[in-house]
Design a protein around this ligand. Structure first.
Ligand code: GLN
Length: 535
């Protein structure tokens, strides 16, 4: 049995405190102390995965190499730790119940009444320990989604209680993330909400080992003492988490507060190497000291909600830092973009990204944006649906194939330049049935993509049902829309480029899922570089 240590992160008082960032920051610090670490997210909703959720509900759906559609926190984990996550890193109540009910139908529990305790809690505990049992990790951090006290979180908190007891002292600890609000009228930070949420946790038999307190103002000694006394936590286990100007500051802030030190002490571990965040801080230095600015437009239909394009925005941050440039991102609603206002709305942009998406809302606006970028020689990056729109635009306006479309948008289009993939035609279920996860792609050496990647065989993550229709390959190629990246096994076109344009690249995959702080994605880096040249 590997001697993996477990850290559980719960949340109290309110949602959106940034548990994912705290978990990722702690993991980063532990990683820099020489430990192998991974982070898992437990989501208390009944959807089997967030793949069928509208981004307005839950933000972006993230995709792993092995094709899991997951919570967007997994994106933070990968961006911070620079190692991939997998199916096992995101567990939902839907997945837990699905497994238990399948077992029940198979007869695995024959004769028994199947109940939340022990059957659901046992399945939760099994899922938590799967990552530890691989032997790949010294430490597994498990973030429990939701807020302590929610009905749906109860089985998770009970599982944590049991596991903490079973694993024994120094093998599992609980970090509770809470809010210490500032009352402007009283000019005071208030500890009562934290006291109540710890009490709630204790009623379920779990006492936190460490409190991480989100706050807008510094927490003084008196408040630390009060929190420690009333929440039954050691005083140096009260960690202040003050609002930061960027999430990438949080690892340094947590180190200053000694979070990693106290975690190691409580887990009875010694740092294997002198911790250093050298490369990380090098990134921060560039990120915070740009030598200029450029303007990038992000054209999509979920632009009201920043979380809907989380990975794209972070990829832009990474690529901006790499180029030592500040990138101002202008969110542009595709629905409002028409031929009359396009020049006005896209004025002054040094680069245009057309975002992924599903369904026909806003797609004519996206096509107009592609046309504008193509004709005005503005650097263009089309991602997934954005690439498909680029193909449609070229077919309509260069090949003169009137009403060319994707069959997703118009089933009866005379020119289905984007069409349902062959192996999708019999699929009826919506959940988990797209083309998902990592696929190889072979690059043409005469391409912007090859220039960016510096290699001719790449692997990128996908999430789509429709694809470039190879029946139009010859026509499109002859007219100048070149397929510069192709799946070597299936022949599916994964990248299109206009080689006579300064920088026009459409990709069927999602490069944004693979950009990390220490490995900014080459396509984003070169796209931003082209944006700088445009300026
Ligand atoms: N809706 C398109 C498809 O299914 C594109 C998907 C996406 O942008 N992720 O092929």
């Amino acid at each position: 049995m590997p001697n993996t240590k477990y850290i559980f992160v719960t949340g109290g008082v309110t949602s959106s405190l940034g548990k994912g960032i705290i978990a990722a920051s702690l993991a980063k610090l532990l990683q820099s102390s020489g430990f192998t670490v991974t982070i898992q997210k437990l989501d208390p909703y009944i959807n089997v995965d967030p793949g069928t959720l509208n981004p307005y509900e839950h933000g972006e759906c993230y995709v792993t190499n092995d094709g899991a559609e997951t919570d967007l926190d997994l994106g933070h984990y990968e961006r911070f730790l620079n190692i991939p996550t997998s199916q096992a890193n995101n567990v939902t109540t839907g997945k837990i119940y699905q497994t238990v009910i399948e077992k029940e139908r198979r007869g695995d529990y024959l004769g028994k009444t199947v109940q939340i305790i022990p059957h659901i809690t046992n399945e939760i505990k099994r899922r938590i320990q799967i990552l530890g049992e691989t032997g790949n990790y010294d430490i597994v951090i498990t973030e429990i989604g939701g807020t302590v006290g929610d009905i749906e979180s109860l089985p998770y908190v009970e599982s944590v209680r049991q596991l903490k007891w079973e694993l024994g002292e120094h093998n599992a600890i609980v970090i509770h993330l809470t809010l210490v609000p500032y009352l402007a009228a009283a000019k005071e930070l208030k500890t009562k909400p934290t006291q109540h949420s710890v009490k709630e946790l204790m009623q379920s038999g779990v006492s936190p080992d460490i409190l991480v307190c989100r706050t807008e103002h510094h927490i003084n000694e008196a408040i630390r003492r009060k929190l420690a006394l009333f929440c039954n936590v050691e005083k140096d286990a009260i960690i202040e988490s003050i609002d930061a100007s960027t999430i990438y500051d949080v690892p340094n802030l947590m180190r200053k507060e000694g979070l990693d030190k106290i975690v190691l002490r409580k887990l009875d571990l010694k740092a294997k190497v002198e911790p250093t965040l050298e490369a990380w801080n090098e990134f921060l230095k560039h990120y915070k000291n740009p030598k200029g600015t450029i303007e990038i437009g992000l054209v999509g239909k979920y632009v009201e909600l920043q979380d809907a394009y989380k990975s794209i925005l972070e990829s832009i941050n990474h690529a901006g830092a790499q180029n030592e440039i500040k990138v101002n991102v202008h969110s542009i609603h595709s629905e409002g973009l028409n031929k009359e206002n396009i020049a006005e709305k896209l004025k002054g942009l040094n680069g245009i990204i057309v975002a992924p998406g599903f369904g026909d809302r806003g797609i004519e606006g996206k096509i107009n944006a592609v046309k504008y970028a193509r004709e005005h020689k503005i650097p263009f990056l089309g991602i997934c649906l954005g690439m498909q729109m680029a193909v449609i635009e070229y077919a309509r306006n260069v090949l003169n194939l009137k009403n060319a479309n994707s069959t997703e948008m118009n089933h009866n289009t005379p020119h289905p330049v984007i069409d349902l993939m062959e192996d999708q035609k019999m699929v009826t279920d919506k959940g988990g049935t797209m083309r998902l996860g990592a696929w190889d792609c072979k690059l043409d050496k005469n391409s912007k993509a090859y220039q960016a990647y510096g290699t001719d065989l790449i692997s990128e993550r996908h999430r789509h049902r429709y694809e470039y229709n190879n029946e139009y390959f010859d026509q499109l190629t002859k007219a100048g829309l070149i397929a510069t990246g192709v799946n070597p096994k299936t022949g599916l076109v994964e990248i299109v480029e206009i080689t006579t344009h300064p920088w026009f690249v459409g990709v069927q995959y999602h490069p944004e899922y693979k950009s990390t702080v220490l490995n900014p994605h080459p396509l984003f880096v070169d796209f931003i570089k082209a944006g700088i040249e445009n300026k």
